[in-house]
Design a protein around this ligand. Structure first.
Ligand code: LLP
Length: 665
């Protein structure tokens, strides 16, 4: 659709190539503005099929849009950009079923100046052809000769990288590149150099104006991707594109990881809008989404929400199901619920009834658990303190619960406590994991655990104190979705246990990921069980334990709050609710993304973008930024998902506002 400059005419065009036609018409008519109305609200920062955290891009320069469209984004044909760019016409991609929502604006001057990564994309089926010969060293015209056969066989080259004696080019997956063409090309190239072809690679590209300036940021993350062998790196001189080519099966995981790590928008971000997952929060796109318990219990929840207060609601069935999933792992010797995630009496009881023990981090937790679940014998309690005072160790030993030491101080300074006791040592495996730096509990900066090099001293101190080291423990972080993590930990612990003949128990910690608003991350318990089975077969002498918290309770809980006020400023829309970071601090502390819906109007189209804020006197009191909601009114019930773990337990009375209460249904 375009509007003519003279009298505001509008033209509607059809499908299939109509974006390119529209661009030419707009240029011809000297339109002020070109709007392309389609079925998605613009460009996204990644292929939404790859990651639900792909974000809508609000503003792009013509160059960036050209680059992203050429990388395979299907929203706009790459040839639709040149006509409007040449005529200086602003273009906007809008969505027909989210009519009020702004789309991606493409112009010469996107709203911000700083270099910014806009998109991460992956192309599969990429082929690398390498020409090796010392004959190219200082041989002028070599590249011209090397590229000539490509031109002759009609083969288009994408990326090029060279050294003194080697040239590598990448070819896109192109149906016209038949085996016959390729064989002929190889034969011609073989006349000038040794030729090797690497099939089935994937090119992962970072796209954005000034991408070069972002490489330092990337370098810090790159260490984490050391296990992706990189076949080619190319940085385009236009400073828009940085591409790495990796093996085919690694392209998508790498793209997803890079995207989710590098594109983390700020509140009120000028560049990025809502994520694909959030956009899916309306009823049209939710039709085939997996059932979430709170959708089917909506009426009960609406009734449970007080008029003037907020409340956490926990679904006992979901808690039980999760406890049973852990207790039912065939190859797990013992499972414990880390009650720090949620110490509600009902959740502790449900865990204990399902056969789990309880993992505690303070003596108060131990006492609370014992008070609500009399069936909880000392044998079923783990105590994993960190920098706790002497008294708590003394009480734990007195109670006869499993005690984990995560430093040498207790053995060195209070040896008398440990006489005749069996103890577990927490080891820092030096490899941090987890969803945010605050929850990574391993690595050189971590305050948790013993370094493996300290073990000889720990052994000696334990011997002198008359204690036996009967267990080893690792917990490297929280919110991990790859079961391989626990295999690595298991192997690390068996290796560490080699000099410790009394060790019988290897506790692999918690950290099991759950589904988040940013994407599905729930740990696959079948895979976990298989992995545990393999560990047990390989190391039959040990018992393996796990101690998840979040996995048990996170998805079972929601926070319900009433809308107090709505505010529209020239820059943003705010939906205010009657509780905030005093009830749920995770968004402020970790930038955590929790799903947010208007429960009262769950069936209405969500097409307004708003920040959901609380009544606390802090700018960080923002529970969600740039969320899609339906037209929301005072008194509506807002539901915040994944409220069952690290919600109420981390709440405060800041501003003398009582945090949300708790009910179990
Ligand atoms: N075991 C130990 C020794 C732990 O330190 C923790 C959590 C767990 C088990 C349970 O981890 P989980 O399965 O829940 O991930 N407040 C943060 C999480 C902090 C986790 C602290 N330790 C958050 O809201 O994400």
């Amino acid at each position: 659709m375009y509007r003519g400059r003279a009298d505001g005419d509008t033209a509607l065009l059809g499908r299939g190539g109509s974006d390119t036609s529209a661009a030419y018409f707009a240029a011809k008519l000297q339109a002020e503005r070109l709007e392309i109305w389609t079925d998605v609200p613009g460009f996204f920062s990644a292929d939404p099929r790859l990651t639900g955290s792909a974000r809508q891009i609000k503003a792009l320069s013509y160059d960036e849009a050209q680059e992203i469209a050429s990388m395979g984004a299907s929203v706009l044909h790459p040839r639709a950009i040149a006509p409007v760019r040449n005529a200086g016409i602003e273009m906007e991609i809008r969505c027909t079923h989210k009519r009020k929502m702004p789309g991606t604006v493409i112009s010469a001057t996107p709203s911000e100046d700083a270099p910014r990564l806009k998109a991460v994309s992956v192309k599969n089926g990429v082929r690398l052809i390498t020409l090796d010969t010392s004959g190219m060293w200082r041989a002028s015209g070599f590249l011209a000769r090397a590229f000539e056969p490509f031109a002759r066989h009609g083969v288009s080259i994408d990326l090029v990288s060279t050294s003194e004696t080697s040239v590598t080019v990448s070819l896109d997956d192109d149906p016209s590149l038949t085996p016959a063409v390729l064989t002929a090309l190889e034969a011609d190239l073989a006349e000038i150099a040794r030729v090797s072809v690497l099939e089935d690679c994937a090119a992962v590209s970072l796209v954005g104006r000034g991408v070069r300036a972002l490489l330092a940021q990337l370098a810090r993350r790159w260490r984490r991707f050391a296990h992706y062998p990189v076949r080619l790196i190319s940085q385009a001189a236009n400073d828009l594109n940085f591409t790495v080519v990796v093996d085919g099966d690694q392209g998508k995981p790498l793209c997803r990881k890079l995207h989710d790590q590098l594109i983390q928008p700020k509140p009120l971000d000028e560049t990025f809008g809502p994520s694909w997952a959030e956009l899916g929060a309306d009823k049209t796109a939710k039709a085939d989404a997996p059932a979430v318990w709170w959708r089917s219990k909506r009426d009960t929840l609406l009734e449970a929400c007080p008029e003037n207060d907020a409340v956490y609601v926990y679904d006992r069935d979901t808690v039980r199901e999760r406890c049973e999933a852990i207790a039912g792992l065939k190859n797990l010797d013992r499972g414990f619920y880390a009650m720090k995630a949620n110490g509600h009496a009902d959740i502790i009881r449900t865990a204990v009834e399902a056969g789990l023990g309880i993992e505690c981090v303070s003596i108060n937790e131990v006492e609370a658990a014992r008070a609500v679940a009399p069936a909880l014998t000392p044998e079923r309690i783990l105590f994993t303190p960190n920098f706790a005072p002497r008294e708590e160790y003394a009480v734990a030993l007195e109670m006869g619960i499993h005690l984990t030491l995560d430093g040498l101080h207790p053995l060195r300074h209070w040896p008398e406590l440990f006489k005749g006791a069996g103890i577990t040592l927490r080891i820092n495996p030096q490899r941090p994991e987890g969803h945010h730096k605050h929850v990574r509990t391993a690595g050189p900066e971590a305050k948790f655990g013993l370094h493996r090099d300290e073990l000889p001293e720990a052994i000696e101190l334990a011997r002198t104190a008359g204690a036996k080291i009967t267990g080893l423990h690792v917990h490297s972080g929280s919110g991990i979705s790859d079961p391989e993590h626990w295999r690595r930990v298991g192997i690390f612990l068996t290796e560490t246990a080699q000099d410790l003949p009394d060790v019988k128990v290897l506790d692999l910690g918690g950290g099991l990921g759950v589904d988040e608003a940013s994407g599905p991350r729930r740990i696959n318990t079948d895979q976990l069980d298989i992995m545990l089975g393999e560990l047990k077969t390989a190391y039959p002498g040990y018992e393996f334990w796990l101690e998840p918290g979040r996995y048990i309770s996170a998805e079972a809980g929601v926070l319900l709050a009433r809308v107090t006020q709505v505010k529209q400023t020239p820059d943003a829309r705010f939906v205010g609710i009657n509780t905030g970071m005093n009830s749920l601090i995770r968004p402020a502390l970790y930038g955590a993304r929790h799903e947010i819906v208007n429960l009262t109007r769950l069936d209405e189209d969500a097409d307004m973008i708003a920040d959901i804020v609380g009544p606390i006197c802090e700018s960080a009191d923002r529970l969600g930024a740039q969320r899609l909601l339906p037209e929301t009114r005072e008194g509506d019930v807002i539901l915040i998902g994944n409220g069952g773990a690290y919600g109420r337990v981390m709440a405060s009375r800041y501003n003398m506002r009582e945090p949300a209460g708790e009910v179990v249904i």
